[in-house]
Design a protein around this ligand. Structure first.
Ligand SMILES: [Zn+2]
Ligand SMILES: [Zn+2]
Length: 263
């Protein structure tokens, strides 16, 4: 059994708390240390109880607090290690993290107590960005945010999950008719940016199976999306495939702790 919840989700900060029988970890730590500490505290968990912080990539909205999480091991992909070591001297994010780095290979599963975490490369404008699947041997959770497109590797990796945390960043029409400058519209919608609602829904269609119980839509844009629009796209896919009754879908709130999901 695994339970998880987002502490925050979106371009102003991402962090997901995940707990199994013998492990407590964060996937990403992109909000302030104070908020992480307070949010975990409300669940009866201290930062020092964490076995690991596992980073998907180095962007600040995923890594802001790692420098301050003293004594918690920080798992980063091989090519990202250099980024953190380069920040050894005094950077507000990196300071203190370099001593606690545990390097993983972006193609090799690794273990934290009873959890097996399998990273896989994703297309995003970072050094060595990855998505993850996490299993305790009985259930499997897939987690992908910040991906430019659903590649064959992403689809293959997310097959067979009991729960998915899936980026549903923007509505294309809102993005292109909105206030963002053209270069930013290109960056977000391009192959190394973020998934639109439509792309997210089509990824869901590819990996949908009888065992899927929960879909949490994540990393929604505040300006270029709405929870209703993101939900509508995914629900349509579930309906078309006769799965709307057995798969629960919700949206991760941007700046508050999300509901605790147990699978
Ligand atoms: Zn992000
Ligand atoms: Zn990013």
């Amino acid at each position: 059994m695994i339970k998880f919840c987002t502490l925050a989700s979106g371009s102003s900060g991402n962090s997901l708390y995940l707990e199994s029988k013998y492990s407590k970890i964060l996937i990403d730590a992109g909000i302030s240390f104070r908020r992480i500490s307070r949010s975990l505290g409300n669940m009866g968990v201290a930062v020092s109880d964490l076995d690991a912080v596992v980073l998907s990539h180095e962007h600040e909205d995923h890594s802001r607090a790692v420098g301050k999480m003293s004594e918690v091991p920080v798992y980063v992909s091989g090519e990202t290690t250099g980024f953190w070591e380069g920040k050894r001297n005094g950077h507000r994010n990196g300071n203190g993290a370099a001593e606690r780095l545990r390097e993983f290979d972006s193609e090799e599963p690794f273990s934290i107590n009873d959890l097996t975490i399998t990273p896989f490369s994703v297309e995003h404008d970072a050094i060595d960005p990855v998505g993850f699947t996490v299993t305790d041997g009985s259930v499997k959770i897939g987690i992908v945010t910040d991906i430019g497109k659903p590649t064959a590797l992403v689809i293959e990796s997310l097959k067979g999950c009991d729960a998915l945390v899936l980026e549903s960043n923007h509505d294309r029409e809102m993005l292109f008719s909105g206030s963002y400058p053209p270069y930013l519209q290109q960056r977000i919608s391009g192959g190394h940016g973020h998934l639109s609602n439509e792309q997210s829904a089509s990824l869901l269609r590819e990996v949908l199976h009888d065992g899927l119980k929960y879909v949490l839509l994540a990393h929604l844009s505040a300006k270029n999306n709405s929870p209703e629009m993101a939900l509508r796209c995914s629900l349509e896919v579930l309906r078309q495939n006769g799965a709307a009754d057995r798969v629960a879908v919700s949206v991760a709130p941007r700046s508050t702790v999300g509901e605790v999901i147990t699978v």
